[in-house]
Ligand binder design. Structure first.
Ligand code: PLP
Length: 485
């Protein structure tokens, strides 16, 4: 479940990382120093960022090699470059692990990030549902064979589609059709949200909006929703209005892989297409992935060069290693512990008088509403960071402070669970968080009003909290045996 204590493998990792840094230091010592310092920083703080984790030494080491030097546009066995047999091996194994781990018809492991995976998926749906029928109508096989008139019509049609996604303030992601992201510029977007009374997704309202709006794509998935999603119900709604159901499981892929989210809560059997990052709860390298039903496979496989550059073969190799790790029984124990830890953290905060969006959690994250402490999310985030606790501020539903200052702090347990911390430590962490937030107050601006950013916190309490955080982490070394600084 957690990282292994000192073993032959950790000694080998120590040698490998040290040697690599020696080589780097011979060229640009400042970069070697920054890499070493990052390890020290990560070791020294309580990482509660819900979207982060610690990949294994095997995953990290798989990325540092000459696979990076190879161009391999195309797909396995069908490349636009010569000499790709080893990349074919790597990509083939990664896709095989992904298909078998998630029970998907097809896996595409090239996307460089979550945003790229979503873009690949959007264009796969547009290709299947808009472009292919247009080619058929024109009785041609390729867009290059369309007349100028047909091409102009198709481009208009591609740019005139609708998407329904979860609103940002209830936990959706920017890539689900919001204007600052390309998805919002490509699609006319409408949002669905949560019931203000319960904080839970309002499926009836979602159905009504879908019936009226008739989107091409319904996007499910979130980055800040602490409860389960009923993907069976989402699929029923999508089918009723003729939409493609896409699920972005970037945040909870590790819980699907670890068989914590099953049945109606596992998106893979229900969605037409599923995207994910590989570096969050899945604990792999920084990257993305698309899973889909077989009808969409040929469209998904056009990701490169449609929207992606040449595949990052070294990262695909690391994805294969991470997916192999996620297929082990230990990963299921890890996923269960992530959820148990989130629940313990939530209960610890509630017991001390904290306010949580939806009143708790069913997954890996907790969304604390810090307005009861008289703080903005930004102040809470900064005060916690100063005290050795790394979180990130986040909007709460109908947030009066907007997306910059916010009223919430998002807390996640995937990283600390990897380190080996358990439910007893989560209760202690809840105490640290509560103690810091209770002692923090907004600073007064020059005009005499409370600031939304600046804050005051007693230095002795801050330092004592950082010391308690370090003591909590001490029995759970990060990358045990690796001794760089
Ligand atoms: N989708 C969701 C739900 C996310 O939470 C994120 C990142 O936070 C992304 C997509 C984007 O991932 P990336 O940063 O790898 O592009």
């Amino acid at each position: 479940m957690a990282q292994q204590p000192h073993t032959a493998a950790s000694a080998a990792a120590d040698t490998a990382f040290r040697s690599a840094l020696d080589v780097v230091a011979g060229v640009e010592p400042r970069i070697a120093a920054a890499i070493g310092q990052e390890l020290a920083d990560q070791r020294g703080s309580l990482k509660l960022i819900a979207s982060e984790n610690y990949a294994s030494p095997a995953v990290l080491l798989t990325m540092g090699n000459w696979l990076s030097d190879k161009y391999a546009e195309g797909t396995v066995g069908r490349r636009f470059y010569a000499g790709c047999r080893n990349v074919d091996t790597v990509e083939g194994i990664a896709a095989e692990h992904a298909r078998e781990l998630f029970g998907a018809d097809h896996a595409y492991v090239q996307p460089h990030s979550g945003i790229d995976a979503n873009l690949t998926a959007f264009w796969a749906v547009l290709s299947q549902r808009i472009e292919s029928p247009a080619l058929e109508r024109a009785a041609v096989r390729n867009v290059n064979d369309l007349t100028e008139e047909d091409w102009a019509r198709l481009r208009q049609e591609l740019g005139n589609q609708r998407m329904l996604g979860m609103s940002l303030d209830t936990g959706g992601h920017l890539t689900h059709g919001f204007r600052p992201n390309i998805s919002g510029k490509m699609f006319e977007q409408r949002s669905y949200g949560t019931d203000p009374a319960t904080g839970l997704i309002d499926y009836d309202a979602l159905r009504e909006t879908a019936r009226e709006f008739r989107p091409l794509i319904i996007v499910a998935g979130y980055s800040a929703y602490p409860r389960l999603v009923d993907f069976r119900r989402m699929r029923e709604i999508a089918d009723e209005v003729g939409a493609t159901l896409m699920v972005d499981m970037a945040h909870f892929a590790g819980l699907v892989a670890g068989k914590v989210l099953t049945g109606d809560h596992d998106p893979v059997p229900h969605a037409h297409i599923v995207t994910t990052t590989t570096h969050k709860s899945l604990r792999g390298p920084r990257g993305g992935m698309v899973l889909c039903q077989s009808e969409l496979a040929e469209h998904v496989d056009r990701g490169c060069p449609l929207v992606l550059g040449g595949p990052l073969s070294h990262v695909m190799a690391a994805k294969a290693v991470a997916l192999a790790e996620a297929r082990r029984p230990e990963f299921q124990a890890y996923a269960r512990a992530v959820v148990a830890n989130a629940r313990a953290l939530a209960e610890g905060l509630l017991r001390r008088g904290g306010k949580l969006v939806t009143g708790g959690t069913d997954n890996h994250l907790v969304l604390a509403d810090v307005s009861g402490y008289g703080l903005t999310g930004r102040q809470a985030e900064a005060a916690l960071l100063d005290s050795g606790i790394v979180t990130n501020r986040n909007s709460v539903p109908q947030d009066p402070n907007g997306a910059w200052y916010t009223s919430g702090v998002r807390l996640g347990t995937p990283a600390l669970t990897t380190r080996g911390l358990g439910t007893a430590e989560m209760d202690e962490i809840a105490d640290l968080i509560h103690t810091v937030l209770r002692a923090t107050a907004p600073a007064t601006t020059a005009k005499g009003s409370p600031s939304k950013a600046a804050y005051t916190l007693d230095a002795a309490l801050r330092d004592a909290t950082a010391k308690r955080a370090a003591d909590l982490l001490a029995p759970y070394p990060l990358y045990p045996g690796v001794d760089l600084v």
